[in-house]
Write a protein that binds this ligand. Structure first.
Ligand SMILES: *Cc1c(COP(=O)(O)O)cnc(C)c1O
Length: 377
């Protein structure tokens, strides 16, 4: 089955009891047992729920892993993954990861004795050098947020394997439609399904897929123990949204390519960052490991004041955190998604005050161009 067909027919189709084509919303907490421990596979909905199970089966199939898991948010998904580790363990984390990832590692898991070193994961030597005897995992994103730096998943997987550590990849920006980290050697892939997978700005959710069944057992243990699960209603909304992932991603990307090219031809933009542009540092690498470039663009208008002007004037770009929705969204990372990163660190990373990030929607690209044109001039 090819990916577009898998998106429609993957996982569990409909309901065998009624013939319903859509998986029903099993709004239920507990299940009747015929005798103690004798049941139809479900006992209590924290442990397992049929609607969530359909979603978990579906994402596992899309990412090509042994088992999938659904959580109440991307951060709940990551926190559950991090709960696999012990006090004294160490992580190597990308230095350009999602702000919330940085926050939960440095402010929450650090208190529980989980140590971390931040490195540029596109620098393989730096990653290797950061691995210590107590390192248990490399946690990375590619492309990163908001600088869209590309890291070599396959090469990092080799390093991880040689050192006996897990490779954990946040695949939110690419989605399984464009990139499959497990096929490239990663052990765990996770998503903020709030973004492209949901795609309609109407649900907060996180998904995880693990490559092997043993790790799947361990993660299910932690998922059930901690309980940050996704409810049946939201699981259904995600199942529904994901059916159109293929056509949405194609449109996002077409529009993003057109906009990135248009922006890069303007003299009043300091810098345009899009992996689909030939001048981007990860342009070759992303084509080796992914089937597309995605729908995210960052560009520098020079100053916070000019960024504010643009934000005030755009009509079709909604000023909002988040990304990956059908409608175009615009944000200023330094003051929004990355505000929790200290100013000096942002400067080090290149997240300037004039850096604008757009999540290109699926509107008519001509309207998007005209909108940015009037906002920039
Ligand atoms: C949004 C986001 C997260 C966090 O997910 P939530 O669903 O908001 O908890 C993690 N990683 C990336 C890349 C994100 O964009």
């Amino acid at each position: 089955m090819r990916i577009k067909t898998r998106l429609i027919h993957g996982g569990i189709e409909g309901d065998p009891h009624t013939g319903a084509v859509s998986v029903p919303i099993y709004q239920v907490s507990t299940y009747k047992q015929e005798a103690i421990g004798v049941h139809k596979g479900f006992e209590y909905s924290r442990t397992g729920n049929p609607t969530r199970h359909a979603l978990e089966t579906y994402i596992a199939e899309l990412e090509g892993g042994a088992r999938g898991f659904a959580f109440g948010s991307g951060m709940a998904a990551l926190s559950t993954i991090l709960s696999l580790f012990n006090k004294g363990d160490h992580l190597v984390v990308g230095d350009d990861v999602y702000g919330g990832t940085y926050r939960v590692v440095t402010r929450v898991f650090s208190r529980l004795g989980l140590d971390a070193t931040y490195v540029d994961t596109s620098d393989l030597k730096a990653v290797e050098a950061a691995i210590r005897p107590e390192t248990k995992a490399i946690v990375m994103e590619t492309p990163t947020n908001p600088l869209l730096k590309v890291s070599d998943i396959g090469a990092l997987a080799e390093i991880a394997k040689a050192k006996g550590v897990l490779l954990v990849v946040d695949n939110t920006f690419m989605t399984p439609y464009w990139q499959n980290p497990l096929d490239l050697g990663a052990d765990i892939v996770f998503h903020s399904a709030t973004k492209y997978l949901g795609g309609h700005s109407d649900v907060v959710a996180g998904l995880v897929v693990v490559k092997d069944a043993q790790l799947g057992e361990e993660l299910h243990y932690v998922q059930n123990a901690i309980g940050g699960i996704l409810g049946p209603q939201d699981s259904w909304i995600l199942l529904r949204g994901m059916k159109t992932l293929g056509i949405r991603m194609e449109e996002h990307e077409q529009n993003a390519r057109t906009l990135a090219k248009w922006l890069s031809e303007r003299s009043d933009i300091k810098r345009v960052i899009y992996p689909g542009l030939a001048g981007h540092s990860g342009h070759e690498l992303i084509q080796k490991q992914a089937r597309g470039f995605g729908g995210m663009i960052s560009f520098d208008v020079g100053s916070a004041e000019r960024a504010d002007e643009v934000l005030a004037k755009v009509k079709y770009f909604t000023l909002a955190e988040s990304l990956g929705a059908v409608e175009s969204l615009i944000s200023v990372p330094a003051r929004m998604t990355h505000a929790s990163i200290p100013a000096e660190r942002r400067a080090e990373l290149g997240i300037t005050d004039g850096l604008i990030r757009i999540s290109v929607g699926i509107e008519d690209v001509q309207d998007l161009i005209e909108d940015l044109e009037q906002a920039l001039s």
